[in-house]
Design a protein around this ligand. Sequence first.
Ligand SMILES: NC(=O)c1ccc[n+]([C@@H]2O[C@H](COP(=O)([O-])OP(=O)(O)OC[C@H]3O[C@@H](n4cnc5c(N)ncnc54)[C@H](O)[C@@H]3O)[C@@H](O)[C@H]2O)c1
Length: 248
Amino acid sequence: MTGIEGKTAVVTGAGQGIGRDIATQLAANGADVAAVDVNEAGAAETAALVRETGRAAAAFRCDVGDAADVERCVREILAWRPEVHFLVNNAGIARDNLLLRMSEAEWESVLRVNLTGAFNVTKALSRSMIKNRFGRIVNISSIIGISGNAGQANYAASKAGVIGFTKAVAKELAGRNVLVNAIAPGFIETAMTAALPEERREWMRQQIPLCRFGTGRDVAAVALFLLSDLGSYVTGQVIHCDGGMVMS
Ligand SMILES: NC(=O)c1ccc[n+]([C@@H]2O[C@H](COP(=O)([O-])OP(=O)(O)OC[C@H]3O[C@@H](n4cnc5c(N)ncnc54)[C@H](O)[C@@H]3O)[C@@H](O)[C@H]2O)c1
């Protein structure tokens, strides 16, 4: 895919799931990858998978919700590769509960990783993108941030926040050739969704017009489009990758 080869990408939450698929697909298309995750072993495994494709990779342990840790990590990444072209803010968690049972800790932890995490990493890395007059940022939101979902007030608020954040930063950085978009995945087969009871999974399958759950590679394909030259005239957008589950 044009515009991916020879570039350097940072992928957060790259230690498993969608983040790992994005990292390996970027590498398969010629990018070098910094795999960032709070789970160091997961990030190292992803870096090894990237190297198997013949591209360079490095693993970085980092809690995206901690601004000081992110600053430290971004310094290390920029020492590894002085120019980062792509950032995928993918790290995310869910702590589901009904509103009346939701603790402050459940609310805070999800906002901290999913929304503040995207803010921290984007702020730290966009400095060099602005200086280089080139950058492509993809934020992984969710259709839950658009449609809402009972039992996920914290998650929905964080993912809706990511969409507002994406649009504001897209307007702020467009003049510096830094494009910022979001992907709203639907039901994707990963550890996050494997934890759901089978009955709930079947109910969800029935809500999907394409009649199947998505894969990490489906999401990676949309990310690749947005990061490549094919997406050069797209910024501030939210692309659904959900088999038609939520149409807006
Ligand atoms: N799986 C789905 O159906 C689905 C749907 C919509 C959106 N999403 C979003 O896609 C992203 C990836 O989801 P997934 O299903 O692959 O999840 P996952 O739980 O399989 O992977 C998430 C990764 O993020 C890492 N992580 C968690 N907290 C972190 C932190 N503080 N700092 C750094 N890394 C951290 C984890 O260690 C893990 O490797 C998330 O943002 C999620 O909200 C997933």
